[in-house]
Design a protein around this ligand. Sequence first.
Ligand SMILES: Cc1cc2nc3c(=O)[nH]c(=O)nc-3n(C[C@H](O)[C@H](O)[C@H](O)COP(=O)(O)OP(=O)(O)OC[C@H]3O[C@@H](n4cnc5c(N)ncnc54)[C@H](O)[C@@H]3O)c2cc1C
Length: 326
Amino acid sequence: MSILVWIEQASNGPVASSFEVVGKARELAGALSTQVVAAVAGDDTAATAEVARTYGADVVMTLTSPVLAGFRLSAYAHALKQAINEAGATVVLMAATVRGRELAATLACDLGAGYAPDVVDLRVESGKLVAVRSVYSNNILTDVTFNSDIQVASVRPRSFPMPEAGSAGGEVRAIDLAISEDDVKEKLVEVKSTDAGEISLTDAAKIVSGGRGVAQDPAKGFALVSELAATIGAAVGASRAAVDAGYIPYKHQVGQTGKTVKPDLYIAAGISGAIQHLAGMGGSKVIVAINKDGDAPIFDRANYGVVGDLYEVLPALTEEFKKRLG
Ligand SMILES: Cc1cc2nc3c(=O)[nH]c(=O)nc-3n(C[C@H](O)[C@H](O)[C@H](O)COP(=O)(O)OP(=O)(O)OC[C@H]3O[C@@H](n4cnc5c(N)ncnc54)[C@H](O)[C@@H]3O)c2cc1C
């Protein structure tokens, strides 16, 4: 018996939210008196395994094969099933990233296991996992329990704090992976990245978002949003109205039909605060709203509000941050 956590690798290294899941798994492992096994898969796993072992996993399994170069769902599902089997895992967790969500669903399906997607909390009751899901635009929290022996959940990024990396670490164990191209159903033809160097929205600790309030001069408005974001090390977000109007690509959309984010700081500029937008960012620790309408609903949810024109407030904020941050 063990808890297995998939450590996702991106082109620039391990995905940080995987380690948030390891931190929570460590806590659950105490309640279940079991081990945490972190599984790293890819054509090159050594560097990520070294990082993973410092975050509290008892064992880091490496699943290394040229077949795992680039993410292909059936290849990763094949490899992870072997890891789950070797680890005797009864709980399988991963970050609910785009890949994590589909991999977890595929594994659950193949293993005949119950699956709780995009959970915001996890606990143990009577020796079984209870997964907490947020539904109806974050208005209701539901507890999900499992009837299956294996319990699979994907965890919404930033639901748990990042654990401290320690110097001592778990054992790294290379698995003799039985996989060939014949086991894989997809062919990766080309990878085109549109976000080289950008901070990922779902992992971001700080986000500056723009809305339809930039309509007067959208290019300038989002340049001001981006400049403030770059100054404070934040990701750039947007409302659906801004995306639908073509001011910024969909990958920046926050909300019910965009990304769900949970940063420490969310600055909303020219966003009214519609329920569907709040559904994606209402869990932010500190919300700052900039809006020229003092009655905009976003002010009901904001910790700090500035009633003013974003074309004046954003550059003033950027200048002040630049001074203070040197
Ligand atoms: C099924 C469904 C799903 C949806 N999913 C999403 C989603 O995922 N994400 C999302 O965001 N929305 C979503 N929406 C749309 C949502 O209902 C709103 O229409 C949208 O969030 C509005 O975006 P906005 O706040 O930018 O625009 P508006 O509501 O038009 O607000 C613009 C704000 O900017 C302010 N403003 C104008 N000029 C300035 C200025 N110069 N300086 C400062 N403030 C200014 C105005 O006072 C206003 O409050 C969804 C809707 C539906 C029906």
